[in-house]
Design a protein around this ligand. Structure first.
Ligand code: ADP
Ligand code: ADP
Length: 228
């Protein structure tokens, strides 16, 4: 689903964010991405969603070589990816329904189809019946669920989450991870970037660790660990 081959990213100012990163997230796999602030997690996610382009190496997403995708076709690739943010990025002056419907409206689905799919997505995240509420009226955990419903409403092959539990207490964080598990059980690939090592320790999933732009211990490409 995601494959990085010797990927490096140097920002225009000369800041090195990723160095020679190799990893593979298999189709249907769920994994964590961790590392200190500044380790390169956001940059790695931005290469997957083509907000940034690699300076060197190859990035493959759902079978596509990103280098072959023109700027014009990037929005089509992004439809295959559901993105979840720490701060939800919800429209607070619109209803829960409108927030979740947004990706479908952009894709041009019919009104009837949108109603059906939004209801199904809200049901899956446990928010059935809250369509007419404004997100501002909901708790932090519920707002995060609206963000998750919006991310999965068009049934993406891949879910990416950037610190999805950053503002939640341990109980709510665990509930959110259980929710990701249900999507993963249904076949969706999931990559979760998080600082929360306590949360990771309680789950059975593989952890990819970045340190100063380098991926530790990920050697699926067959490259031996270099000495030093
Ligand atoms: P986090 O550690 O939560 O990912 P950061 O503070 O590292 O947050 O980054 C927040 C945002 O600012 C990210 O989108 C990141 O790419 C961007 N950013 C980080 N460092 C710089 C920088 N030196 N110049 C410009 N943008 C940056
Ligand atoms: P993390 O998400 O793990 O906190 P980032 O990917 O945001 O890490 O940042 C990795 C490194 O790249 C940091 O040194 C950061 O300052 C730098 N960086 C991130 N975004 C930018 C940017 N847009 N321009 C310049 N440097 C950046």
């Amino acid at each position: 689903m995601i494959r990085f081959e010797q990927v490096s990213k140097v920002y225009p100012g000369g800041q090195k964010a990723l160095s020679d990163v190799n990893f593979h997230l298999r189709r249907g796999e769920m994994a964590f991405l961790t590392g200190h602030s500044g380790a390169g997690k956001s940059t790695l996610l931005k290469l997957i969603t083509v907000i940034e382009r690699a300076s060197a190496g190859k990035v493959f997403i759902n079978g596509h070589d990103i280098a072959d995708i023109s700027r014009h076709h990037v929005p089509y690739l992004r439809r295959e990816i559901g993105m979840i943010f720490q701060n939800h990025h919800l429209l607070m002056d619109r209803s829960v329904f409108d927030n979740v419907a947004l990706p479908l409206v952009i894709e041009g689905f019919s009104h009837g189809e949108i109603k059906k799919r939004v209801a199904a997505a809200l049901d899956m995240v446990g928010l059935y019946g809250k369509e007419r509420h404004n997100p501002i009226m909901l708790s932090g955990g519920e707002q995060q669920r609206v963000g998750i419903a919006r991310a999965i409403v068009n049934k993406p092959a891949l879910l990416l989450a950037d610190e999805p539990t950053g503002n939640l207490d341990p109980k709510l964080s665990m509930d959110i991870l259980r929710l990701f598990e249900t999507f993963n059980d249904a076949g969706t690939s999931v990559l979760i970037a998080t600082h929360d090592l306590g949360l990771i320790a309680r789950m059975k999933y593989r952890t990819l660790t970045l340190r100063q732009g380098r991926m530790l211990g990920a050697r699926e490409i067959g490259e031996p660990l270099r000495p030093g």
